[in-house]
Design a binder for this molecule. Structure first.
Ligand code: KIV
Ligand code: ZN
Length: 505
């Protein structure tokens, strides 16, 4: 059976999703989890796009060993040099060069002729090839490019040394039959195609990214570019978990295997959702909270009798934790550590101490502490951003009579106690205004979501927010059994990110 290469672009195309910016330590944490998941290639970023991106790619290249580490570059000498600078310390570095190929892009964006673009693609691939033997080329907007011209570009870049040819459906316009024919045509009409790997990169504007990628696999593509939870530019990319589980579940249709450790899928999805602050919709295939819950009586009856009646995937295959009672208020450090290890976490001593304190606090309020609660605690206590201001206490008074009022106490950068109070249109608004009076960093709240981690009246509430300052977005996350406290924690988390980013310039 053929091996399908899983190329993960969560840290590059995924991070291009509006409002999805990650800091360097968050990117490293995701990259480490992607390595545990077993992806073959991590596209770690686009170094020429910003010094921050370049720094993150270099760090990942140095720290994350097993997968190929890839950096994206436009077909421009400086971009290619920066991409190499960033990935050169990787065990297996790759440079990914892209250049538009469709007439629409050539005419309206690049203002170059087909001949000029072909020559540029060839020369820039040759430049990348001077640095490494692993060079990928993407003719952007390939699905809207005239096939004859696409074949010529691909032939030229193969001759210049490209080893992977990626065919992007950049605007998510193709349909599965059409995209499949394009891939088949490439195998027939591009001289020298055979040693190269044909890859696909599909966007989800028509909800067809996974279907298009899978059809391409049936037609011979052996690399799929995808992202965790399908995040990415506009409507996103083909979702990694969908592609991987489709080829595994329907192996008879696709005839390929992947190197993915599927039991890490759920955890990876949670991590990406938490760090990007993009919630996963409940009905999302494979990783949504409802993906394995059976509501109708007939279905429940069937599943109890024999799971395969209504379940095509055993939830354990993708690492969905059983929402069983795991620990309670009498559980000690040892039991908590063991449970964390079973869930696949290995925390630094400092993070563990904070997580254990948070667990004890929760166990005092909540009778049953489940795996999902523990995941939520870990996500909160694994610090990916240093705290400049720490939330010490928050108090609100609200209701349908009178004006919502909040008082807050923070611990400042020098350990000083800072307190203030404010009125607001609601309790969360009052808390945020009181915090702003202390911290004094102008910003605008642009998104606020709250959801419960588990069922029940004593469930943890998880708040994800996005704030904007000088046209840059910062995410924040907070969890607590009290949603006002969770909201305050989320705001502090976002503010600390904003302050850290400003300090780092
Ligand atoms: O969608 C696209 O065409 C891309 C390329 C850079 C591969 O993201
Ligand atoms: Zn893309």
């Amino acid at each position: 059976m053929d091996r399908l290469i899983i190329f993960d672009t969560t840290l590059r195309d995924g991070e291009q999703a509006a409002g999805g910016a990650l800091n360097t330590s968050e990117k490293l944490e995701i990259a480490r989890q992607l390595a545990r998941l077993g992806v073959d290639v991590i596209e770690a970023g686009f170094p020429a796009s910003s010094p921050g991106d370049s720094k993150a790619v270099s760090l990942i290249a140095r720290e994350v060993r097993a997968p190929v580490i890839c950096a994206l570059a436009r077909a421009h000498p400086d971009d290619i040099d920066s991409a190499w600078e960033a990935v050169k310390e990787a065990e297996r570095p790759r440079i990914h060069v892209f250049l538009s190929a469709s007439d629409i892009h050539l005419m309206h964006q690049l203002k170059k002729s087909r001949e000029q673009v072909l020559a540029l693609a060839r020369d820039m691939v040759a430049r990348a090839r001077q640095y490494t033997d692993d060079v990928e080329f993407s003719p952007m907007d390939a699905s809207r490019t005239e096939p004859e011209y696409l074949y010529q570009v691909l032939e030229a870049v193969i001759k210049a040394g490209a080893t992977t040819l990626n065919i992007p459906d950049t605007v998510g316009y193709a349909t599965p039959d059409e995209f499949g024919e394009l891939i088949s045509g490439i195998f027939v009409h591009v001289p020298g195609i055979s040693p190269a790997v044909v890859s696909v990169h599909c966007h989800d504007d028509l909800g067809l990214a996974t279907a298009n990628s899978l059809e391409a696999v049936r037609r011979g593509a052996r690399q799929v570019e995808c992202t965790v939870n399908g995040i990415g530019e506009r409507a996103g990319n083909a979702s990694l978990e969908e592609v991987v589980m489709a080829v595994k579940t329907r192996q008879n249709r696709f005839g390929v295997t992947t190197g993915i450790n599927t039991e890490q899928i759920y955890r990876t999805s949670r991590l990406v959702s938490e760090l990007t602050a993009f919630p996963v919709q409940p009905n999302k295939a494979i990783v949504g909270t409802n993906a394995f819950s059976h509501e109708s009586g007939i279905h429940q009856d069937g599943v109890i009798k024999m799971p395969i009646t209504y379940e095509i995937i055993d939830p354990r295959t993708v690492g969905v934790p059983a929402s069983s009672l795991v620990l309670g208020k009498l559980s000690g450090r040892h039991a908590f550590k063991e449970r964390l290890a079973e869930l696949g976490y290995s925390l630094s001593e400092e993070d563990f101490t904070r997580a254990f304190a948070a667990f004890k606090e929760l166990a005092d309020k909540k009778k049953e502490v489940t795996d999902r609660d523990i995941e939520s605690i870990v996500a909160q206590e694994m610090r990916t951003v240093a705290e400049v201001y720490h939330l010490d206490c928050v108090q609100v008074s609200c209701g349908d009579r009178g004006i919502p009022t909040a008082s807050v106490r923070l611990i400042g950068p020098e350990g000083q106690v800072l307190a203030d109070a404010s009125l607001g249109t609601g309790p969360v608004d009052a808390v945020y205004k009181a915090i702003n009076r202390i911290v004094g960093v102008p910003n605008e709240l642009i998104e606020f979501t709250v959801k419960s981690v588990t069922e029940g009246i004593d469930a943890i509430g998880e708040v994800l927010i996005r704030i904007e300052s000088e046209r840059v977005t910062y995410t924040g996350r907070g969890a607590d059994t009290d949603v006002i406290v969770a909201s305050a924690k989320a705001y502090m988390n976002a503010l600390n990110r904003l302050i850290a980013a400003k300090k780092a310039g």
